[in-house]
Write a protein that binds this ligand. Structure first.
Ligand code: PLP
Length: 430
């Protein structure tokens, strides 16, 4: 048995100062019955906790670290950047450089603005949509998570689904929540009904084209196509929230897989390579509504911060189609190994994976929306998660989250992970 003594002690201490001992609820192990591990370093695909236990890491800081921990070039570029100062509050060449790189990979971002988190990106994108359309209502899907701004916290996935009743959002003014209409994910009739009643009041539809905040659930082509058509017909905007799926579901994002062009896109996670970066962007005629060019206010002391831009540039510079082929092949292999382990142990398991995103549900499936995810056996998940941990595999501590692959995960890492799944299934049966 691994010892977690130092982490336990650290958690006791942190809980005196930080609510729940953490700075983001998803880091707590509350729902898998334990205390979170305190991490002291990461190297490639591995992380080390303060008790000196080593794990193969599939959380990867919840997605950003597509090049693994402490990638040599990213570290060297950041070291060079920090020596020149940490922030100027004035334009730098780095912001345009990162913008150009992003546009080359996701061309629908004709113009964009840098922010410091995914939450800021989605919050600003819906404000822009409301300003541009002169409408107040927005549509989101149950179990999709777009960060923690007021309008978007309604019926949200991720930590909200892990810890709360998602239909309650304490602290969000009722009047604001009233303007957020929610529909089941992948429910074509549901969204058509909403547009029939409210079509000319809707500023935007925001959607995770590949949902990753209730485990991985891909949007169906018909569903996403319907969103494109309904928004175009009614004069509202379609926002693809690719904070997670961007550079993850595919090199060019989920929008390249479906060949559907949204009006606006939000990015985060990989785009900062582990530093705080979010981006919202899209059609030039819409983005020109942002201050100081247009009337919709947006600002940020640290927006476009030189270190954050360097993290993004250094990461995107190293991504290419060949690297994705390798990472996706490894993800496919891992998913097949996990599925096979479940089949040979007669466990009902549904495995979903798209690009470098993967998750599994203790659920016979199909899993197409939040209601389906809720049928999963979360008690089994909690026990299984802890067994994986004991075998040196660090996965997301919730049934409602996604795991990731990096360029540093080796064939040996994957084989060890599949073996750990088999062993854990054996132990669950005992
Ligand atoms: N949108 C999506 C799809 C996300 O997955 C997340 C975070 O997990 C966010 C927005 C919020 O991003 P951040 O945590 O950087 O604020």
């Amino acid at each position: 048995m691994l010892s977690f003594e130092k982490s336990k002690k650290a958690f006791k201490e942190s809980s005196k100062y930080l609510p729940g001992g953490v700075n983001s609820p998803v880091r707590a192990f509350k729902n898998v019955g334990g205390d979170p591990l305190f991490i002291k370093k990461g190297v490639g695909s591995h992380i080390f906790d303060i008790d000196d236990n080593e794990y193969i890491d599939y959380v990867l800081s919840w997605g950003p670290l597509i090049l693994g921990h402490a990638d040599q070039k990213v570290v060297a570029d950041l070291q060079a950047a920090v020596a020149k100062g940490t922030s100027y509050g004035a334009p730098t060449l780095l912001e345009t450089e990162l913008a150009k790189k992003i546009q080359k990979i996701v061309p629908s971002l004709q113009m964009m603005r840098m922010v410091s988190s995914g939450t800021e990106a989605t919050m600003s994108a819906i404000r822009l949509a409301r300003g541009y359309t002169h409408r107040d209502k927005i549509v989101k899907f149950i179990g999709n998570y777009h960060g923690h701004s007021d309008s978007l916290l309604v019926d949200a996935g991720s930590g909200v689904a892990t810890f709360n009743d998602i239909h309650e959002a304490p602290g969000v003014p009722k009047n604001l929540a009233y303007d957020t209409l929610t529909v089941d994910y992948n429910d074509i009739n549901g969204i058509k009904k909403v547009f029939k009643t409210h079509g000319n009041e809707i500023a935007c539809v925001i959607v995770e084209p590949i949902a990753g905040n209730m485990g991985v659930i891909p949007g169906t082509r018909e569903f996403l196509q319907t969103l494109r058509e309904l928004t175009t017909e009614s004069g509202s905007l379609l926002i693809f929230d690719e904070v997670m799926s961007g550079f993850r579901a595919a090199f060019h994002g989920a929008q390249s897989l479906y060949q559907i062009v949204p009006d606006l896109t939000t990015l985060g996670k990989v785009v900062g390579g582990g530093l705080p970066v979010g981006v919202f962007g899209g059609r030039k005629d819409i983005m020109q509504w942002i201050t100081p060019e247009g009337p919709v206010y947006h600002a940020g002391t640290l927006s476009g911060n030189p270190l954050a831009m360097t993290g993004g540039i250094s990461t995107l510079d190293q991504l290419n189609e060949d690297l994705y082929k390798e990472m996706v092949a490894r993800t496919d292999y891992l998913a097949a190994g996990i599925k096979q382990a479940a089949v040979s142990h007669h466990v009902a398991l549904t495995v979903h994976h798209v690009g470098t995103m993967w998750s599994y549900f203790f659920n016979a499936g199909p899993v197409n929306n939040f209601e389906d995810v809720q049928k999963s056996n979360v008690d089994y998940f909690a026990k299984f998660f802890n067994l994986l941990l004991q075998h040196g595999i660090y996965t997301a501590p919730s049934q409602f989250e996604t795991n990731f692959m990096s360029s540093k995960h080796t064939k040996e890492d994957i084989e060890r992970t599949i073996l750990a799944f088999n062993t854990a299934f054996d132990e669950m049966g005992e």
